[in-house]
Structures are given as structure tokens and as C-alpha cells.
Design a protein around this ligand. Structure first.
Ligand SMILES: Nc1ncnc2c1ncn2[C@@H]1O[C@H](COP(=O)(O)OP(=O)(O)OP(=O)(O)O)[C@@H](O)[C@H]1O
Ligand SMILES: [Mg+2]
Length: 301
């Protein structure tokens, strides 16, 4: 399928069960068209990571994921030498009497290289350039961010013993951040930026019916209205779309047909993940939130 419009991107993602609004559809289209990385920032569980998965699925490209964490370095991100295999080769060479110079060039060849996500993403793939997901970049430290900036500017990485490896066709890059810290401007400038917000009631209903089609009628409307209203409470961690989906699945497993204060109390752990939040909401707050949610559903018909 030719990606010649924003509509086409939205349709492609919808085909993967991903509900994509016009603003996200626009930046995703532009990122593909201009060959620029897509930078998605937003609250937890709002569907950032899923964009990369859905894009890869829709385009039939390989998905390569670099999960970021504190202390992530080039050995884990780009490549490292397979020391164990090199040792075995040295022993074998000693036994066979191979000359040292020849051995050295052999040991630092690609055969002994363990390729990690960034290098894999620079390699040609069947079906076209891969989708490279650099997930939760806010968890890495600044030196690594600076390194990434370079790698993403010219889509190449350098391995000291081997030289520079350049992607024949640039990967489709998606970066995500939960904004636990600000990512450097220089990196953001390379990318097209989009803030992934909590969805509106209507959109969250669409997502729920795409992801949990068996949740129908009153229950799914109440679940979404409740979570939407709950996000307005003063919580340590507000529930994301992921929590809405999980909760609906839990309620279905319990054969609930509608919400009640008792059912909510029993299943609150599916939407709130901090004991302080649960304690705050349990009881009268849950009841009030449910009443508000129902009132809203009633006025909207
Ligand atoms: N617009 C959407 N359409 C379909 N499913 C969605 C959408 N948004 C979120 N989801 C679902 O919500 C869940 C969480 O999404 P995802 O893991 O992408 O969130 P995230 O923003 O990366 O969260 P985190 O910051 O915690 O990593 C997934 O199961 C995904 O399928
Ligand atoms: Mg994620």
C-alpha cells in the first residue's frame, strides 16, 4: 500500500488495531515522508510504544527495539566482541601454529561480532528498512543521548576495530519518552515531536472496542467513563489506556455486567498501581467517581 496521505497512515494503523487521531497521523505521515525520526512523549500507558509496533506490522517491516535504561552503553546498544568465541579461536590457532597477524584480523572480523539493536537496524533487511524503536530514552544518561544523536544524524555507527557501518536505507526511527527528565533539545530538533495525551471518551471507547471487542454495552461505557473521571483525581500515578484495557479484561473474567462500588473495590489494583492511590480512592471516592461517571453517561445519552 502506497503511503501518500495522512488518511493512509491512519488506515494502516487501524488495520493493526491502533486507533490513531489526526494529529498523530499527521506527524507519523511526515516522519515517513521526510525520513525523520518520530519522537513520542507522554504519560505512561498512552500508546507510545505501540505506535512503533503497529507501524512495523502495517508496513511489513522488521521491528528492532532498543530498550533504554540507566547505564546503557554502546556494548549493549551497538555491538560487542564475542570474547568466548575469540578465546576458542585463539586456542585453536595456537594449536595449529597460525601466524599472529593473520589471527588478529580474523578475530576482529564480523564473524566474532555480536550485533545489538542499533547495528542491526543499520543492516539491510528483507522487505525494506526496519522500524527502530528506541524506547524510553529518558531513562538513559546524557552521554548516551549525545551518541544517539550522532548515530541518528547520519544513520551510521563506528566500531573502532572494524570501521564505519552505514545504513544503505535509513531505518524508520521511533523514540519514546515518559518525560522523567527532559531530553536534550539537539536530539529533539532532529525529530518530529508529538505529545501523546490521554484519549477523549470517544477515542478511548474506540480503543477499547479495538482491543477488547468482547467488552460491550454498559460495562465498557462505564469502565471508560470511570477511568476518564478518575484521571481528574489527585493521584500519584493516573491510569493509562493500558489500565483501561486490563480492567475491562478483569471485569469480563469476573462476569461483571456493570460497575458497582463492590466490584470496583475488588479490582482497583488493575487501574491503580500504588497503595497510596488505592487507599485514597477506595470507598467514598470510588463511589463519587462512579456517580459522576454515570451522570456524564446519562447526559450524553
Ligand atoms: N490508540 C491506541 N490504539 C490501540 N491500542 C492502544 C492505543 N493506545 C494505547 N493502546 C494500548 O494500550 C497499551 C499500552 O500501550 P503502550 O505500551 O504503547 O503505552 P506506552 O505509552 O508505551 O506506555 P509506557 O510509557 O508505560 O511504556 C497497549 O496494550 C496498547 O495496545
Ligand atoms: Mg512504552
Amino acid at each position: 500500500m502506497e503511503i501518500d496521505s495522512i488518511d493512509a497512515v491512519q488506515e494502516l494503523l487501524a488495520g493493526q488495531g491502533y486507533v490513531c487521531g489526526r494529529p498523530l497521523g499527521t506527524v507519523a505521515f511526515l516522519a515517513l515522508r521526510l525520513g525523520r525520526p518520530l519522537f513520542l512523549e507522554g504519560e505512561a500507558g498512552t500508546g507510545k510504544t505501540e505506535v512503533a509496533k503497529a507501524l512495523a506490522g502495517a508496513l511489513g517491516r522488521r521491528l528492532i527495539r532498543l530498550q533504554c535504561y540507566e547505564g546503557l552503553g554502546t556494548a549493549e546498544a551497538v555491538a560487542e566482541w564475542n570474547f568466548a568465541a575469540q578465546m576458542v579461536a585463539i586456542r585453536a590457532a595456537e594449536a595449529a601454529g597460525t601466524d599472529a597477524q593473520h589471527l588478529k584480523s580474523e578475530l576482529f572480523s564480523e564473524e566474532y561480532l555480536i550485533e545489538r539493536p542499533l547495528l542491526q537496524a543499520m543492516r539491510p533487511q528483507d522487505g525494506g528498512a526496519p522500524v527502530l524503536l528506541i524506547d524510553e530514552i529518558d531513562r538513559t544518561d546524557e552521554p548516551f543521548e549525545a551518541f544517539l544523536l550522532e548515530a541518528l544524524s547520519d544513520f551510521q555507527v563506528t566500531i573502532p576495530e572494524l570501521g564505519t557501518i552505514r545504513a544503505p536505507e535509513p531505518p524508520i526511527v521511533v523514540l519514546t519518552s515518559n518525560r522523567t527528565r527532559e531530553v536534550h533539545d539537539a536530539l529533539k530538533r532532529r525529530c518530529l515531536y508529538h505529545w501523546v495525551d490521554y484519549p477523549s471518551f470517544e477515542r478511548e471507547m474506540e480503543i477499547l472496542s479495538a482491543r477488547v471487542p468482547e467488552a460491550k454495552g454498559t460495562l465498557s461505557r462505564e469502565v471508560v467513563a470511570f477511568v476518564q473521571r478518575l484521571r481528574a483525581e489527585d493521584l500519584f500515578k493516573r491510569p493509562g489506556v493500558a489500565e483501561t484495557i486490563d480492567w475491562a479484561k478483569c471485569l469480563l473474567a469476573l462476569d461483571a455486567v456493570a460497575l458497582s462500588p463492590e466490584v470496583i473495590a475488588d479490582t482497583l489494583g488493575a487501574i491503580l498501581k500504588y497503595q497510596d492511590d488505592i487507599q485514597r480512592v477506595e470507598g467514598s471516592v470510588a463511589k463519587a467517581v462512579l456517580d459522576d461517571a454515570r451522570a456524564r453517561l446519562a447526559t450524553e445519552g
